[in-house]
Ligand binder design. Structure first.
Ligand SMILES: [Zn+2]
Length: 386
């Protein structure tokens, strides 16, 4: 049995090293702005704005937030956000944090991301909601101009605040449609706060032809997923860990190609799954579901997209070629306009075709052949996981 640090995987079952996953083009469709800051940035802003933090060192803050720690519950996991939100209350800090998130993502070759957050959580010091949205869009635009990474925004309502506040967030999503906002989501505590209470918000965004996704089946059962789809009209599902408990609903999602935004390490942290090896992602993938792999929170989960993909390969037993299909599914599942998505898919399938089954780059002559083949199949890439 090969070890994870084998330098030259041979394609005979050896584990492909993390660095290969870092080089692949990727998406991150489920990433929270307020859970994906740099520790140094939190310390820096807190110092400049005289904001109190539980620690003034990076190590102390890492421990206070519980980065990468197993909390065992979603509600406890969410407590770390109280610390990050303290330094996210001015236009300058929001612009900087959005820029840095995209900068960190492009360093591991994330090509496209959908950054989500709830603007209402950034008004503690009187900032207008429109200013909050524009500051984040400015930061993401600056990252695009600097590095070429494309990032759009998903605005979140929060289950455990109120349906009225979700509606206000839905109105904001409508106002910024076509200006960098591509979707609407419902986040927060799932167990006692059903999505159906926020149904009016989803009606509003859908009446305006805006895509929506909902965190569901993470801290509550498959009923929550059914409600997200059938009552609120979700086009994607965040997590969906407990979908495996209802085979009929699982087949419905499969038949309708409704993507799952899986975040394996985060699911371990919140206790939604016992460990990465027992995550249902592989089961879903084997059944043909459209699964995507995402970070959820780069800081709080202490992860990257590359690391999550590597875990799918090294701990869940997905082959390198399965991981390539999952990457393609990420590009297919984005809330981008069809022609943008198609162009991105065409490029990415060509790039992925340069890697053989063992994760090694193919030598020059086969690359040309593969490129032509990839171009030819770009309209309908990677069946049957379409
Ligand atoms: Zn999330």
């Amino acid at each position: 049995m090969a070890k994870q640090d084998d330098p030259a995987p041979s394609g005979d079952g050896a584990i492909v090293p993390l660095e290969v996953f870092e080089a692949l083009p990727k998406t991150d469709l489920h990433v929270h702005l307020d859970g994906s800051l740099r520790l140094e940035t939190i310390l820096d802003i807190a110092k400049a704005e005289r904001i109190e933090l539980p620690s003034t060192s990076a190590e102390g803050l890492h421990a206070a937030i519980g980065c990468g720690k197993n909390f065992g519950s979603l509600v406890d996991y969410l407590k770390g956000f109280d610390i990050t939100l303290r330094v996210m209350q001015t236009e300058e800090s929001l612009e900087r944090i959005a820029f840095e998130l995209a900068e960190d993502a492009q360093r591991e070759n994330v090509r496209y991301m959908e950054v989500r957050y709830a603007p209402m959580l950034h008004t503690r010091r009187g900032l207008k909601l429109t200013k909050v949205v524009e500051a984040v869009l400015d930061g993401l635009r600056r990252a695009r101009e600097t590095y070429g990474i494309k990032a759009n925004v998903i605005i979140c309502g929060i289950r455990n605040i109120s349906p009225e506040s979700s509606y206000e967030m839905a109105e904001l999503a409508v106002a910024y449609k076509g200006r960098g906002v591509v979707g609407f989501d419902l986040a927060g505590a799932e167990a006692e706060f059903p999505a159906k209470h926020h149904r009016d918000s989803f009606q509003l965004v859908r009446d305006n032809n805006i895509n929506c996704t909902i965190h569901a089946g993470e801290a509550y059962g498959p009923e929550s997923i059914a409600q997200a789809i059938h009552v609120c009209g979700a086009h994607r599902i965040g997590h969906g860990c407990r979908l495996r408990e209802n085979g009929d609903l699982l087949h419905y999602l499969n038949d309708h190609r409704i993507p799952l935004e899986c975040c394996p390490s985060s699911n371990v942290q919140t206790g939604a799954v016992r460990d990465v090896a027992s995550h249902p992602l592989k089961l879903y993938y084997d059944l043909g579901l459209r699964v995507t792999v995402n970070t959820d929170n780069r800081l709080i989960t202490d992860t990257t997209v590359s690391k999550e993909l590597w875990l799918c390969h090294a701990k869940m037993g997905l082959s390198f070629s399965d991981v390539k299909s999952i990457i393609v599914a990420g590009f297919k599942s984005s809330f981008r306009p069809f022609h943008e998505k198609q162009a991105a898919l065409r490029r990415v399938t060509q790039e992925l075709a340069r890697y053989d089954e063992s994760g090694a780059l193919k030598s020059s002559p086969p690359v040309a052949v593969e490129s032509r083949r990839a171009r030819g199949s770009a309209e309908l890439p990677a069946e049957p996981h379409s």
